[in-house]
Design a protein. Structure first.
Lengths: 421, 421
């Protein structure tokens, strides 16, 4: 790790407004390199910036993808002209039908199934690709619960990098096919995501992984910043306004912490008015270590062995779990979980009210939204946003039993009449 | 049909710049109604417009969806504020890797998998929904090879309309699940798409289908106009310039004719410079009635019984086939077909070069592109666009045999080393 850092900083790096790595625990600063843990205290590193003056007009004049926010991301100024997937600027769907059904005044669905590989992971990977280029890495890698593997292999194909990605062997077929169709190597590991993740940490210290950019390990500080764009887009699409309540899924917890960071940056840059917002974290009951800690009033997360249909959220030992607890408590939100049956119901509810077909992670957030409203823990009059971070086509089995033809008939009016009766 | 037309024209219709229906064969005009065949000659009806003056700046100031072109479509001026899927403005991917591999100077992929239900059908359905609203229809319906059924049921859910859609019973599971998850009725018919289509034509004359808007039958003139937005977007995304060569898939042929119409409108409105373009039509060998007619030098299409993995293009009796022949010949293009094996190869080629995972219809267009280049029938120096009209996740089986993990291992470096060896 230290070696790679020394090698690469001799070349000319261009990370735009990013100026250093900074420890989230002790605040110690280090140069921008492929590093992820503080050499002082082993705390997680994140990006420190010196932002230029940025106006709404400059942003609005940018492309219809995350690069409209390039001045707020660790990427070079000419990033939009490079070969990358140009994700983001997904729809913020005004969900009047669902709002009415739940009894909410104002509800939007941020629908990240519109990204190139149909999950929010395209956002984070796009930033990691620029970091990999900066550090001269030839291979893009990751541990993945499925969506990330596809996002990495697709982005590597477009960028002209090699890919070697690692997944648990029990994933949905759609995610396996998607992760391998773009070329590169897809290695399935007999074990849980947490086993895959531990394996990748070993690999990164081995010569086998030399010059590899593991997007969610040694490129993690860069990668994670991609999730800030969800916050930026939601605020801009609301008309440069922070939502009052937002429901975010929790796997590692990184996305939620970066949405909070993104909102705070918009305030400090004067791009939105400072108003209170509550962040609600959503987990599947079958993998709810953060929700369990929240309910027990604990500050530490006790790892669990996941058992849920929401495989993209099945991280039993979430790295950013403690930060999620902090943010939910600080903002007046909450952490809640729903059962697999509630996830399926919520997928179907969102589909039949808004025409949005979410993957299981979207069932988790919409299910938690519904639960919180029913229990009176959400303000029905406050402007609310719920995230759908993935695509229903990738988790068909979740709803397949409920999504069959109403009837199978011969092509005749009589047969149709009989089927209707 | 005539009755419905009389009833509805008594209410106040708002179709924006559209002023009449016009017969594509004899030119006879009739009022805007839910009609699809000329009462004089039974020719197909299309929309006649009186366009306002439209500037590039007005369009660019519009939303990032097809409604930026609302002044050129049969929709009310306030369409963007209504509950619809707001499709379009999908990516025009600069395909430098694929271009290099094929030996082309300039190639773009218009990637319509980015639409809300991940096919170009969201474009046409969005226009049909406005027509259904105008005519006071309560139920949205269609005959479909799969993608359209999902687009219709999703759009109906968002718009608050009932849906009842018809598909052949042998479709891909992903398309069946998607078409039913949004609610409404999904009726599978034992037979081919052409059987389904004939059934719908019967149903439309029956009281069972009263007040139903069949998007591709009695709303077809409106519906079909949605495909013009592909032409508009490609030209705008190229920097307000027509491409010199474009490869378009052919099912019914409607999409191709409307892309040609869209290009011509842009020229006549002064939005782009008039320059020659060639339109190439792509079919699967297992359903290539238009390609067969083209190669034989015929003007009429002889219907076939489809047998191809490209089910979304499996229309054996394509209504607009003769117009496709005209356009391919007039513009100096061609009609070509590829085998199922070539389709699979082309899907994989596009995925590993550009990170775009196409459905089988995209394999058809990219396969035809490759074939035409190899045979010297495309100009390698001309600006070329190839369409991907759907999503690989919906036709997983096509590539599943070629898209498996490279290895399945225990989580250890030794196991990984052994797998690499």
């Amino acid at each position: 790790m230290a070696l790679a850092s020394t090698e690469t900083t001799t070349t000319s790096l261009d990370f735009g407004p990013a100026v250093a790595l900074s420890c989230r625990e002790c605040g110690a600063r280090s140069p921008l390199g492929p590093d992820f843990a503080c050499t002082e205290c082993f705390g997680p590193l994140e990006i420190a910036y010196e932002f230029p003056r940025v106006t709404r007009e400059q942003i609005a004049a940018g492309p219809a993808n995350i690069w409209r926010y390039r001045a707020l991301l660790p990427v070079p100024a000419d990033v939009a002209s490079k070969r990358n997937m140009a994700p983001g600027w997904t729809k913020l769907v005004k969900a009047d039908n669902l709002a009415r059904e739940l009894g909410l005044r104002s509800l939007h669905v941020k629908d990240d199934s519109g990204n190139p590989t149909h999950s929010f992971k395209d956002r984070v990977v796009a930033i990691a690709v620029e970091a990999a280029r900066n550090f001269g890495f030839h291979t893009l890698s990751c541990s993945s619960t499925g969506n990330l593997a596809g996002a990495v292999t697709a982005a590597a194909a477009r960028a002209g990098l090699d890919a070697c990605v690692f997944i648990p062997s029990d994933l949905e077929q759609a995610k396996i096919v998607m992760a391998s169709v773009y070329g590169g190597r897809l290695v399935a590991i007999d074990g849980s995501y947490d086993d895959v993740n531990r394996f990748c940490s070993e690999l990164i210290g081995d010569e086998l992984g030399d010059r590899w950019g593991f997007v969610n390990v040694n490129l993690r500080p860069y990668y994670a910043e991609g999730s800030k764009t969800l916050a930026y887009e939601i605020a801009e699409q609301l008309g440069w306004r922070l939502p009052e309540q937002i429901i975010v899924p929790v796997a590692s917890g990184s996305q939620l912490t970066k949405i909070d960071k993104g909102f705070k940056e918009l305030v400090s840059l004067g791009l939105v008015e400072d108003r209170p917002y509550k962040i609600f974290a959503a987990q599947a009951e079958g993998c709810s270590p953060v929700s369990a800690a929240y309910k027990a009033g604990h500050d530490v997360i006790r790892p669990v062995k996941p058992d849920t249909i929401a495989k993209s959220l099945a991280i039993g030992n979430p790295a950013d779990g403690p930060y999620v607890l902090d943010i939910a408590r600080r903002t007046g939100g909450a952490v809640e979980d729903v059962t697999d049956a509630e996830i399926v119901d919520a997928i179907r509810l969102l589909a039949r009210t808004e025409g949005v077909f979410a993957e299981t992670a979207g069932g988790v957030t919409v299910g938690v939204l519904r639960k919180l409203v029913a229990e009176g823990r959400l303000d029905p009059d406050a402007e609310t946003v719920v995230l759908n971070t993935g695509e229903g086509l990738k988790t068909l089995d979740a709803v397949a039993d409920h999504a069959r033809p109403t009837a199978v008939i011969r092509p005749s009016l009589d047969a149709f009449r009989a089927a209707l009766a």
